[in-house]
Structure formats: structure tokens, C-alpha cells
Design a protein around this ligand. Structure first.
Ligand SMILES: Cc1cc2ncn([C@H]3O[C@H](COP(=O)(O)O)[C@@H](O)[C@H]3O)c2cc1C
Ligand SMILES: O=C(O)c1cccnc1
Length: 356
């Protein structure tokens, strides 16, 4: 099967001085809107391709949509989460019924929500308007023993994810949020991070949903075993190998969706640890993808800091969240709206007759 290819343009710094000049002409002391200025500049860079666009263009946030990718993980057959695998499906039903944290935050912040079955153990038989069924398989294999998926499944997951993003973009979205649901997926994310960044397993493994000391010890051992197995077979671990060996279908679909979004100059809202690991994989496959990422929050999962460091990222919020589902990304959307509002509508010193 032919590998999926993405053609992503770098945002480039051509217009950055002009964009910064537009920000500096606003009626405020230089730099006084702090990180909101960097956020506005990033959004403007993503959306602006001409000098006229810098002078008169507006940052637009159209049909912002949260994509929650759900899948199951063979490794969750071991007691490495507070919850059994069945909770993935139960939570997906909860998303569809509107009862989860992500539903509340999307509703509060006027964000659309779509849930993707990327490969849960059992399909949710539903023609629910929020559900997209893009199942690669009924969960991955236990990656502490075997590869999580085949090369063909990995390519299929990338393709499905890319198609999900393209469909939302065709429907008008120019901001896509990323969230996930999959019991055991912090194990997968930790293994991928250890493999890509060559970090010692003990430093990348955390408590996920809040496991106890015995479970943490087992989680470390299983991931250590996996990393040793994978490294002994592949002295050089590429993103493709990390995904096949230790990924989850929701993680790989997020990678495909991010790459497709970046290809179409769409802003990507990155949630917590698991989504950030997907972002790291996407940037390994296509470094220009980095230009389209907005890092929304820093999770309490200890390895999230290491992931953000690897991506040279400074997130907008730090609220001690450790939930996933896209919650941190949905909470950051009002900051994007505020950045767009001041960039688009704030008076300049000249227009307001303010002299300093
Ligand atoms: C009720 C419940 C709701 C959740 N919503 C997100 N997650 C989060 O926890 C899981 C990852 O943690 P671990 O690797 O420890 O299983 C993912 O499903 C993630 O989205 C949840 C977990 C639970 C139990
Ligand atoms: O940071 C996250 O995304 C996270 C942390 C714990 C559990 N689930 C998700």
C-alpha cells in the first residue's frame, strides 16, 4: 500500500514584522497583551498570505469543531488504568448523549463536536449525527508483547484521520480542536514519547487516570518491556515505527487529521498529553506542521511537560487538568476569540487620536 503523503507549507516569517507592526499600532503599551499578542500573530500568520491581508485582513474563527477520536488498546487488558476497557465505549455513549465534560465545555464555548470511532472494541451501532465510524480494527494488540498494529492498519488510520479533517474543513471549519478517549492511551503515548525522544521509561510514565503505586509499577514494567522489544528490532525509531509498534488507532488518526488540517492552513488546537504526542508524531513526519499548532494547556500528567519541551511549545493555560477528551483545547477557544477580536477591531493610536 502506498504511504500517505502530505504537502504542508511552512507559515514563514515573511509577514511577521508587518503583523507585529499592526499589533504594535493598537492603543496599548507595547507588548502589554502578553501571550495574546503571540497568539494573534500566530493566527494571523496562518491565515494571511499577502501584504494586503496584513493591512486589512481579519482573523476569522469559523465553525470551530472539536474532533474526539476514540479507540481501545490491547495493553489495557493489564490493570494499568483505573478503569476497564469497556469505559471507552461507555464514555463515547456519554459524549453522544451530551453528558461528558467535553460536551459542557463545547457547549459553553460554542464549539461543534464530532466523535470518531477509530477502533473501539465494539462498534456503537448508531446513526447519531455526532458519530463518525472509521474503525480500523476492534482495538490494538497489546504492545507490551507485539506490535500494536500492522503497517497497513497504520496507513489506513492516517487516511481515515485525514479524511475526517478534510470533511470538516469542506464543511467550513477553519479551527479544529483535537481530543481523545481510550482507556490505556497514556501508556501508548508514554511509549511513543520514550521511543521518539530517547527518554528513559521511568520519566515518561505517569498516573494517567490516577492509578495507584502498584499499577504504576506494572505500567512502567510493561512499557519498559515494550520499548526494549521495539528498540532491539529498530535501532532507529521513525514516527511510522513508533505508531505501528506502540500507537493507538485514535492517536494515529489524530496524526493524519492534523497533517491534513495543516495542509489546508487550518489552525489546530492541541489538548493534553496524548494529543501532544500525536502532534509530536505529526511534526516528525512533516516538520512544517508545527506552524499550525496552538498548544492550549499543560496537563498534570508528568510527561506532558517533556512532550511540550520536545515541541518547543508554551501552552496557553495551566489549570491542573488531567482528563483529555479535548477539554483543555475547548477551554482555550475563548482566548483565540479574544486574540482575533483585539487584532481585528482594536483602535490604533492614529485612529483613536491617542498620543503617547
Ligand atoms: C470515566 C473516564 C472518563 C475519561 N475521559 C477521558 N479520560 C482519559 O483517560 C484515559 C487515559 O488514561 P489511562 O491511560 O489511565 O486509561 C483516556 O481515555 C483519556 O481520554 C477518561 C477516563 C475515565 C476513566
Ligand atoms: O493530559 C491528558 O491528555 C490526559 C491525562 C490523563 C488522562 N487522560 C488524558
Amino acid at each position: 500500500m502506498q504511504a500517505v503523503h502530505f504537502d504542508i507549507q511552512a507559515v514563514g516569517n515573511t509577514w511577521l514584522t508587518h503583523i507585529q507592526q499592526r499589533i504594535d499600532e493598537k492603543t496599548k503599551p507595547l507588548g502589554s497583551l502578553g501571550e495574546l499578542e503571540g497568539l494573534a500573530a500566530r493566527l494571523a500568520q496562518i491565515q494571511t498570505q499577502t501584504l494586503d491581508g496584513v493591512a486589512a485582513g481579519r482573523i476569522s474563527i469559523v465553525r470551530p469543531t472539536m474532533l474526539v477520536f476514540a479507540a481501545d488498546h490491547g495493553i489495557a487488558g493489564h490493570p494499568i488504568s483505573i478503569a476497564p476497557q469497556t469505559v471507552t465505549e461507555q464514555m463515547v455513549r456519554n459524549f453522544l448523549a451530551g453528558g461528558a465534560a467535553i460536551n459542557c465545555f463545547c457547549q459553553a464555548n460554542e464549539m461543534a463536536l464530532m466523535v470518531i470511532d477509530a477502533g473501539m472494541i465494539s462498534p456503537v451501532c448508531s446513526d447519531h449525527p455526532l458519530l463518525l465510524t472509521r474503525r480500523v480494527n476492534a482495538g490494538t494488540d497489546d504492545f507490551s508483547q507485539h506490535a500494536a498494529m500492522t503497517a497497513a492498519q497504520c496507513q489506513q488510520a492516517l487516511r481515515y484521520g485525514a479524511d475526517v479533517a478534510r470533511d470538516q474543513i469542506s464543511a467550513g471549519s477553519n479551527v479544529l480542536g483535537f481530543g481523545e478517549m481510550g482507556i490505556g492511551n497514556t501508556s501508548s503515548a508514554s511509549a511513543v514519547l520514550a521511543l521518539l525522544e530517547n527518554i528513559a521509561v521511568d520519566r515518561v510514565v505517569g498516573r494517567g487516570t490516577g492509578i495507584n503505586d502498584d499499577q504504576l509499577q506494572l505500567k512502567r514494567e510493561l512499557i519498559h518491556q515494550a520499548v526494549q522489544r521495539i528498540r532491539s528490532m529498530h535501532p532507529e525509531v521513525t514516527a511510522d515505527i513508533a505508531m505501528q509498534e506502540a500507537g493507538g488507532f485514535e492517536i494515529v488518526q489524530m496524526v493524519g487529521a492534523m497533517l491534513a488540517a495543516a495542509e489546508q492552513r487550518v489552525t489546530i488546537l492541541v489538548d493534553g498529553f496524548i494529543v501532544s504526542v500525536a502532534a509530536l508524531l505529526a511534526c516528525r513526519m512533516a516538520p512544517n506542521c508545527r506552524d499550525y499548532l496552538v498548544f492550549c494547556h499543560q496537563s498534570a500528567e508528568s510527561a506532558h511537560g517533556l512532550t511540550l519541551q520536545a515541541l518547543n511549545a508554551r501552552p496557553l493555560l495551566s489549570l491542573g487538568l488531567r482528563l483529555g477528551e479535548g477539554t483543555g483545547a475547548a477551554l482555550a477557544l475563548p482566548l483565540l476569540r479574544a486574540a482575533a477580536a483585539f487584532y481585528n477591531d482594536m483602535a490604533t493610536f492614529a485612529s483613536a487620536g491617542v498620543e503617547v
